[in-house]
Design a protein around this ligand. Structure first.
Ligand code: AGP
Length: 631
């Protein structure tokens, strides 16, 4: 997600300092250095603002930091010792100069940067427009800046910290905010809720960062902030309160990571960081897309509800992991909406003369939004008159741009080539689409939809439970580093999970792995079973269709009878599987259709741990590219 840096200090600029006392001088150097360290977080625009006696001056550009650096060379900022900087991963509004941060307000006397999603920005924007505010961007951030300015000129009485407290009480969603105001030289005020922010403590200078990478070059003394906190930094002070001005404190710690590790949040690899990002990826994808009554509010889809009501067939177009997300979506959408869902590999779709018409809804699933196979399939489908809706993780990429509508996942940038958090976010977005269709078409009672959304809202914490209990599966992976072949079995929504588990192991550990529908075993694959053959089995909940559970248990017996080493992923409380498994890894109870959000995680962890045990680069596996932009 976005990178954020703030600085209040006394470092003179290079010019003022004369000889180079250190490699960074002045607020601009410190902020740009921090943004460079945060580049790994992925972004598509960047900007900085500095505070001088003369007021606030800022520069911002779409694209990479090089574009901002060129802009600063062409139009230098004044010397300053207070500043903020931001690298933006676009969510609301594309990656344009106007949408880049900082956003200004109060006649250019206030600058604000933001990481997160403000759920109630639409109603706040309407209120501010009615009060005469003007906006130049599509972002929720500019709304927050205008709100802060309005409070500053009102009940905030020109006190930036008090105004931030008052404004934050109006905001819903996830946010890290940093603000500077021309009336308060040497001051940066920040706030956080459900979004990262850490303080860096220096001598005669203090720092803010979305993580320690933002200031690791200048100090290793940091303070972790709690939920709903405001922090005010000056060169000499750091003051922390809650949103009501009550004094609060953070947790001071010494940063013992090296800069490279800091970029991965302290994890050894982006792959491990992203596996552990999954609770937030699912949570952020759900954020702001339903109301308290359990009604889905996918206004951003911008598709005429009447067109969606007329849909009589859905075709999912995707490749690789994204296609497996489409397979999971098939089970859910067909169950909720009774609309036939076909899942097509993009590269096969347009060569088989598919039957597509104006009542076909194409759902193109793509993390990168640049997969050429999927893009060409989307173009073909549009030529046949179909409506196209993209489920995509990269704002402003080609596939959403060429689609009629888009439902963005909010997994944040996925750096590791093998997809993990984007997969869970894609499944989550597909569930939201299915429930939205059911709501529009009346296939489900509102109460049923609300119940499912309530179950979905519990999933991030359940994923965290699986992550917290991953020691055993990591240990097993280390013992299986010499495996030559691993099979994966699943039924119903467990079948695409088995396929994805096999793909992860292929991609990361270069081991032959194959996923099968468990029911297919007797139709051929069981011939592969021999003494010691490792087989993962994703077992459905015994609370679901009990015949499904019983059938999978009998599949396990069949392969064990032939020497398989069975490794079972099952629901907590399912004791029936213990008798037939060498290893059982439990995941929390959840409705059958939502189970892939949990049962996938142990398989990701296993593949990553086994590849690590083999000494492989889990972020950049051999032969693979993050985005396959050729057919
Ligand atoms: C996933 O681990 C793989 N890297 C690959 O299968 C990927 O899912 C596929 O290439 C589709 O990419 P996309 O989601 O960016 O379109």
């Amino acid at each position: 997600m976005c990178g954020i840096v703030g600085y209040a200090g006394r470092r003179p600029s290079a010019a003022a300092a004369g000889e180079l006392k250190s490699h960074a001088h002045g607020a601009l150097d410190v902020v740009m250095e921090g943004l460079r360290r945060l580049e790994y977080r992925g972004y598509d625009s960047a900007g900085v603002a500095v505070l001088t006696e003369a007021g606030i001056d800022s520069r911002k550009k779409s694209g990479k930091l090089a574009n901002l650096t060129a802009e600063l060379a062409a139009a230098p900022l004044p010397e300053a010792t207070t500043g903020i900087g931001h690298t933006r991963w676009a969510t609301h509004g594309g990656p344009t100069d106007e949408n880049a941060h900082p956003h200004l307000a109060d006649g250019g006397r206030l600058a604000l940067i933001h990481n997160g999603i403000i759920e109630n920005f639409a109603e706040l924007k309407a209120e501010l427009l009615a009060a005469g505010a003007e906006f130049i961007s599509e972002t929720d951030t500019e709304v927050a800046a205008a709100l802060l300015a309005s409070v500053y000129r009102g009940e905030g009485g020109g006190d930036l910290a008090l105004s931030m407290q008052l404004a934050c009480r109006r905001l819903e969603g996830a946010f890290t905010l940093l603000a500077i105001h021309a009336d308060s030289p040497d001051v940066v005020v920040a706030a956080r809720r459900n979004s990262p922010l850490v303080v860096g403590l220096g001598d005669g200078e203090n720092f803010l960062g979305s993580d320690v990478s933002g200031f690791i070059d200048f100090t290793r003394r940091a303070v972790e902030l709690g939920q709903d906190q405001i922090v005010t930094i000056t060169p000499e002070s750091v003051e922390i309160t809650d949103f009501y001005g009550n004094p609060a404190s953070g947790t001071e710690f010494e940063v013992n990571w090296d800069a490279a590790a800091a970029e991965k949040g302290g994890y050894p690899s982006f792959m491990e960081k992203e596996i552990n990002d999954q609770p937030q990826a699912v949570g952020d994808t759900l954020l702001g897309r339903s109301d308290l009554e359990g009604r889905l509010t996918l206004d951003e889809l911008r598709v005429d509800p009447e067109d969606l009501k007329a849909v009589n067939k859905i075709m999912v177009l995707a490749c690789g992991t994204s296609a497996y997300a489409g397979q999971v979506a098939k089970y859910a959408i067909e169950h909720w909406c009774r609309i036939p869902v076909e899942v097509e590999l993009s590269h096969e779709f347009r060569y088989r003369d598919p039957i597509v018409d104006g009542n076909t809804l194409i759902v193109a699933i793509s993390q990168s939004g640049e997969t050429m196979d999927t893009l060409m399939a989307v173009r073909y489908a549009k030529e046949q008159g179909a409506k196209v809706l993209a489920i995509c993780n990269t704002n402003g990429s080609t596939i959403p741009r060429e689609s009629d509508a888009v439902l963005y996942t909010h997994a944040g940038p996925e750096i590791a080539v093998a997809s993990t958090k984007a997969f869970l976010a894609q499944i989550t977005a597909a569930y939201l689409l299915g429930l939205y269709l059911a709501q529009l078409r009346g296939d489900k009672f509102q109460g049923e939809i609300k119940d499912m959304l309530t179950d979905l809202a519990k999933v991030p914490a359940k994923i965290q439970q699986v992550l917290d209990n991953s020691g055993q599966i990591k240990e097993l992976a280390g013992l299986m580093a010499d495996a030559k072949s691993v099979l994966f079995l699943g039924r119903h929504v467990g079948f695409p999970v088995a396929m994805e588990g096999a793909l992860k192991l292929k991609e990361l550990a270069y081991i032959h792995a194959e996923g099968f529908a468990a029911g297919e075993l007797k139709h051929g694959p069981i011939a592969l079973i021999e003494e010691g053959q490792p087989v993962f089995v994703v077992v459905p909940s015994p609370r679901g269709r009990d015949s499904l559970h019983a059938k999978v248990v009998s599949n396990i017996q069949e392969i064990r009878a032939r020497g398989a080493k069975t490794i079972v992923i099952a629901e907590e409380g399912d004791d029936a599987v213990k008798a037939y498994a060498e290893h059982v890894f439990y995941v929390p109870e959840t409705p059958t259709l939502l189970a892939p959000l949990l049962t996938t995680v142990p398989l990701q962890i296993f593949a990553c741990a086994l590849a690590t045990a083999k000494g492989y680069d889990v972020d950049q596996p051999r032969n693979l590219a993050k985005s396959v932009t050729v057919e």
